[in-house]
Design a protein around this ligand. Structure first.
Ligand code: HEC
Length: 260
């Protein structure tokens, strides 16, 4: 009892109110900063505000990945909404594996069949960007190199002995990996130096990087579709904070003007 009395008498109530308001503003602002989760995907250059890139990425995903991978938490109509794709186009360009827009991006391949065919079932890719990060995905998809010792004819720099075939070889062409030996004696290590193009693909290296960037961008969006909405909302929250800040300042001036 005594304690609370000391508290209330030491700070005038209106100032307390102001403090609470300021704290609320701070909490909101820091929450917003944390929620935007920026650092992820610097090298991949993923930018989910780039709707054109997301649209291309969706097309890439449906054409080149959905043979084996699902994105079972994603609904087509949600995609249409977020990526601004009209329904007729959605049906024509993206919904090869579904009848109704409210269906999710599942595939017909059964996990046990997949397991038999590949040794490892291709994982669902809904959350893979959160799991692995955009940079990893970007490097993984560009990291297939010729390796005659593997049943698929390729290995992957990011995932040694990956069971996934190089599904983009027609676009990228083929490449081999050059390794360097580093260290001496027993500590000799093979360290990756560079890729060397063996046969050209349909796309130039720059175009292929763009293709992969769009695809990864799409996977980043898919892993958290709320991101887009949150960013749209964020603008309004900031605008509100700005106006509220001015009001709070004016209020403070009004309250304190007689005290001086
Ligand atoms: C022919 C089937 C097939 C296709 C098509 C395919 N994948 Fe895969 N993918 C696999 C298999 C099998 C694995 C499991 C690899 C492993 O764990 O060794 C895999 C694994 C992955 C992984 C997980 C890698 C990791 O670190 O665990 C990612 C990411 C991935 N695929 C992305 C893609 C993308 C993007 C596409 C489209 C461009 C694609 N895949 C097309 C078969 C496929």
């Amino acid at each position: 009892m005594v304690k609370s009395k000391v508290m209330t008498t030491s700070i005038p109530p209106c100032q307390r109110l102001l403090q609470v308001a300021m704290l609320a503003v701070l909490a909101l602002a820091s929450g917003l900063a944390a929620a935007s989760g920026g650092a992820r995907g610097e090298h991949a250059g993923a930018d989910i505000r780039d709707v054109a890139s997301l649209q291309r990425g969706a097309r890439n995903f449906v054409s080149y990945c959905m043979g084996c991978h699902s994105a079972q938490y994603v609904r087509y109509n949600r995609l249409g909404q977020d990526l601004q794709i009209p329904e007729d186009q959605l049906v024509r360009d993206l919904m090869f594996a579904a009848q109704k827009p409210q269906e999710t991006m599942t595939i017909a391949m059964r996990p046990d069949d997949a397991q038999r065919w590949f040794g490892v079932a291709p994982p669902d890719l809904s959350l893979i960007a959160r799991n692995r990060g955009a940079d990893y995905l970007y490097s993984f998809l560009r990291g297939f190199y010729l390796d005659p010792a593997r049943p698929t004819g390729v290995n992957n720099l990011m995932l040694a002995n990956a069971a996934m075939p190089h599904v983009l070889w027609e676009l990228q062409g083929t490449q081999e990996a050059v390794f360097e030996e580093k260290g001496t004696g027993e500590a000799v290590q093979k360290v990756f130096k560079e890729f060397r193009q063996v046969t050209p693909g349909k796309l130039s290296p720059g175009e292929f990087d763009g293709f992969v960037r769009d695809t990864v961008n799409f996977l980043v969006y898919v892993s958290e579709p709320m991101q887009l909405e949150r960013q749209r909302l964020g603008v309004w929250v900031l605008a509100f904070l700005f106006v509220f800040g001015i009001l709070a300042y004016l209020l403070k001036r009004e309250i304190w003007k007689d005290v001086k």
